[in-house]
Design a protein. Structure first.
Length: 530
């Protein structure tokens, strides 16, 4: 659709803006391999800068010069937070722009307001020069109307080519006393072949993967991998579950990262309850190409807390509340339970989706979530973005020493290091996760402060690694903006022996591995209980 629009409007340069790196990877792969392989196509993100293939790195003086530039909203909004590369905003104003999966910004702190500002900038151009396309299967009509100030009735709807039949099965449970993720394992064990299990958190996906490790031919994907592992697993998932894929795996267990724009498909799906947009995006991976003759089962795991409107009882409800998605998820569940006639076809549920935002009660619940998100955005903008500034960054002594920006719109993170833990033997391993210069891990500052990893480092690290002692916790956290001085979330037993420590701290976070694949960062207090 986007390419047809670009052709019709005689686009000379396309900037294809995505909410997440994984979507950029998927779009770039499809454009170079399938749709326009003869054009100059560039992926431009913090992690990936390639042109025309994954083997061809973009020279620094050739960045942002291709006919099609696939990038993230983060790169665009960097021009708002600093004066660096401010020319990118001018390039955006003068190019044909595709905002892909823009619905994701609606409840994303800071992004929801700054995306609206970009749309306002485009509106200031003459109508014939705006050249902007907003693409989503789930446009969030409330956000369109109230924040973007666009006429939702003018939304152009593309009818589905998928004629398959579907059924939603709600699986209810009480997770107030079960915060380990066992409910996902219990309700998804013995899955049929070609099944996706999508959880709202990486932790629940990891736990269910480990519990089924010896009985399933499964692959695991989420956001808590180091860069190289994430790219490796992403490629395997695409090859296995794309149309006419290799089907090397029976089951994909994943966090939310696969729910939008990945051209992959399954025959059965399990998912934790979520808001209407994520709900339908996940549904879009179930029999994506309309190949099944039998009814496709979309199994939704929902807690009593969400059903009854209690945002503090249990993991699922609390997580949805933190994401400003609780009230809309609860309203969507009740709306479907009362109005969805089963089995159904995709046009039926999308009609209900549009009517959902016209229902007074549902709109009230959705407004509550959107209001909370906007309030958070205003607080964060005041904290982080008073005025665009030029940040003077001390050049690292090693040119390969990556540096994390001081102003991050998605939240503060730091480089981290973690010891390996073997899930096959259920014991800590002998090495660390990041041992090569091109490998790195990051974790949120809130997580690091929550487990006091920086405090443990301050006490022990200088004796373990024979380096100068750092007395200030602030200095440790500041240094961890550079790749070569990460925060250690855990240590190998060999290193702990140097300081006469006989067992790991319960707050350690390990990088878990197994013979099949890496499993990613996990809290030590959870691992032995699995």
């Amino acid at each position: 659709i986007a390419l047809e629009w670009s052709k019709k409007t005689k686009a000379k340069r396309i900037i294809w803006v995505c909410p997440r790196v994984q979507i950029c990877q998927s779009i770039f792969t499809e454009l170079i391999n399938t749709y326009i392989p003869t054009e100059n196509i560039e992926i431009y993100t913090g992690e990936f800068k390639f042109t025309n293939s994954w083997q061809n790195s973009t020279p620094q003086d050739k960045e942002l010069t291709s006919a099609v530039i696939v990038t993230t909203m983060d790169q665009i909004l960097n021009t708002v937070s600093t004066h660096l590369k401010v020319d990118l905003i001018m390039l955006l104003m003068d190019s044909h722009v595709i905002f892909d999966e823009y619905h994701e910004y609606a409840n994303m702190d800071i992004f929801n307001l700054l995306f609206a500002e970009l749309i306002e900038c485009k509106k200031l151009k003459k109508e014939s020069f705006r050249n902007t396309l907003l693409v989503s299967a789930t446009p969030n009509y409330l956000y369109i109307k109230k924040i973007l100030k666009l006429d939702a009735d003018n939304t152009i709807e593309m009818p589905s080519f998928n004629c398959s039949s579907y059924r939603v099965n709600f699986i209810k449970y009480n997770d107030f006393q079960d915060k380990s993720g066992n409910f996902v394992y219990e309700r998804t064990k013995a899955c049929p072949r070609n099944t996706f299990v999508i959880t709202n958190t990486a932790k629940h996906a990891q736990i269910s993967f480990i519990r089924n490790l010896k009985t399933e031919n499964a692959i695991l994907f989420h956001s808590k991998f180091k860069k190289n592992d994430k790219a490796f697993l992403f490629e395997k998932i695409i090859k296995s579950f794309k149309k006419d894929g290799e089907k090397n795996y029976d089951i994909l267990r994943s966090g939310p990262v696969i729910q939008a724009s990945l051209n992959i498909t399954c025959s059965t799906m399990f998912s934790e309850i979520t808001g209407p947009e994520n709900f339908l995006q996940r549904l879009g991976r179930l029999d994506r190409f309309g190949e099944n003759n039998e009814i496709n089962n979309y199994n939704i795991l929902i807690t009593e807390a969400v059903e009854n409107g209690n945002p503090t009882a249990g993991d699922q409800a609390s997580f949805l509340k933190r994401l400003n998605n609780f009230h809309s998820a609860k309203a969507w569940f009740h709306y479907l339970a009362n109005n969805l006639k089963q089995p159904f076809k995709l046009p039926d549920i999308y009609k209900l989706y549009k009517e959902f935002y016209k229902d007074n009660s549902c709109e009230k619940d959705s407004k509550s979530d959107l209001s909370d998100s906007l309030k958070n955005s205003i607080c964060l903008i005041r904290k982080k973005l008073i005025e665009p500034i030029k940040i003077v960054i001390k050049k690292p002594s090693n040119k390969n020493n990556l540096t994390i920006r001081r102003i991050s719109l998605r939240g503060d993170s730091r480089f981290v290091q973690a010891a390996l833990y073997n899930a096959d033997t259920n014991t800590p391993s002998y090495d660390y996760a990041c041992t090569y210069p091109d490998e790195h891990l990051t974790d949120s500052l809130n997580k690091i402060l929550g487990i006091s990893a920086h405090t443990y480092m301050k006490k022990k690290h200088h004796n373990i690694c024979s380096v100068a002692k750092i007395y200030s916790e602030q200095e440790l956290l500041e240094n961890a903006r550079e790749l070569n001085s990460p925060i250690y979330l855990s240590y190998t037993q060999e290193d702990l022996n140097k300081v006469n420590v006989t067992s790991p701290e319960k707050t350690f976070v390990y990088y878990v591995i197994c013979k099949k694949q890496p499993i990613g960062l996990m809290d030590y207090e959870i691992i032995p209980k699995i």
